[in-house]
Design a protein around this ligand. Structure first.
Ligand code: NAP
Length: 268
């Protein structure tokens, strides 16, 4: 743990999945823009290193919380640890998420269930815990990280794509509920982005990742800008915007077959 209380008057952002990839890059952007940071992920050492680096570089205060958010009790524990330090979270970034590649009936069931628990349940629980304080203060922003997968059925990554539909639908509904409360909810929907995600999701053989990936810095900057502008749905890059829009014009069955082909194993 890096510090015990924040007292420098800067707003605080809590970012899940901040030990690498998009979450780490978002942490860098929030630090640069003058936010204190609560960083959450499982890798305690990586989080401590990021926290130390960013507080030294930007004069912010940081708290590193190691937590496996797929565990049912974890969101409440994170909330309790933050509350015990009287830290008011002004920005909640639900970024931690994983995928699992392969035919649903052959996939390891525990891995698919962990995808569901982390991508949907933990995000929902953290949002529910931190939101009342924001509404009470009439001030706050939530950034939920979905994916362009939120706009498509996803054969060969069925649970992952479905989980991102959930994130988008929940976030859009909350954004509407919270209109005029001073609290905004934004959903970041990146397309394929160069991080550890693909290796961790066992996607090495998927054609999808051969077709080019966006840099993590571009995605994080777009996410931050969109969030601060109060944008409800943020899709970085023109190609991803087309991917998000096109399914509205095409028959659902055709779209699903196209994703199956795009996700197929190289050489098949
Ligand atoms: N990369 C892409 O192509 C892409 C595209 C669209 C959307 N996204 C979304 O972007 C988000 C970030 O993904 P990424 O690409 O940055 O992946 P990443 O590089 O694999 O990072 C994932 C982050 O989530 C954390 N995490 C994983 N399991 C966790 C758990 N059980 N409890 C707490 N933290 C956990 C990881 O830290 P620890 O391992 O230390 O716990 C890491 O910090 C995800 O929601 C993903 O679905 C990614």
């Amino acid at each position: 743990m890096t510090s015990s209380a924040f007292n420098n008057g800067k707003p605080t952002a809590l970012i899940t999945g901040a030990s690498g990839g998009i979450g780490l890059e978002l942490a860098r952007v929030f630090a640069r823009e003058g936010h204190n940071l609560v960083l959450v992920a499982r890798s305690a050492e990586k989080l401590e290193a990021v926290a130390a680096e960013l507080s030294a570089k930007h004069g912010i205060q940081t708290l590193a919380l190691s937590s496996d958010l797929a565990a049912p009790a974890a969101p409440q524990q994170v909330y309790d640890q933050v509350s015990a330090r009287n830290i008011a979270v002004e920005v909640l970034v639900n970024n931690a998420g994983i995928g699992n590649y392969g035919p649903f009936h052959e996939n390891d069931v525990e891995t698919d269930l962990t995808v569901a628990r982390l991508n949907m349940i933990a995000l929902t629980h953290l949002t529910r815990l931190f939101l009342p304080g924001m509404v009470q203060r009439k001030r706050g922003r939530i950034l939920n990280v979905a994916s362009t997968a939120a706009f498509l059925p996803g054969p060969l990554m069925a649970v992952y794509y479905a989980s991102k539909h959930y994130v988008l639908a929940l976030s859009e509904a909350l954004a509407e509920e919270l209109a005029n409360t001073g609290v905004s909810v934004s959903t970041l929907c990146p397309g394929p982005t160069r991080t550890a995600f693909q290796d961790r999701a066992a996607m090495q053989e998927s054609k999808l990742i051969q077709s080019g990936m966006m840099e993590v810095t571009t995605v994080a900057e777009a996410g931050y800008r969109g969030l601060m502008a109060g944008q409800r749905v943020i899709v970085p890059g023109i190609f991803n915007q087309i991917t998000a829009f096109l399914p509205r014009l095409l028959p659902r069955r055709l779209v699903t077959r196209m994703v199956m082909q795009a996700q197929g194993r190289v050489g098949h």
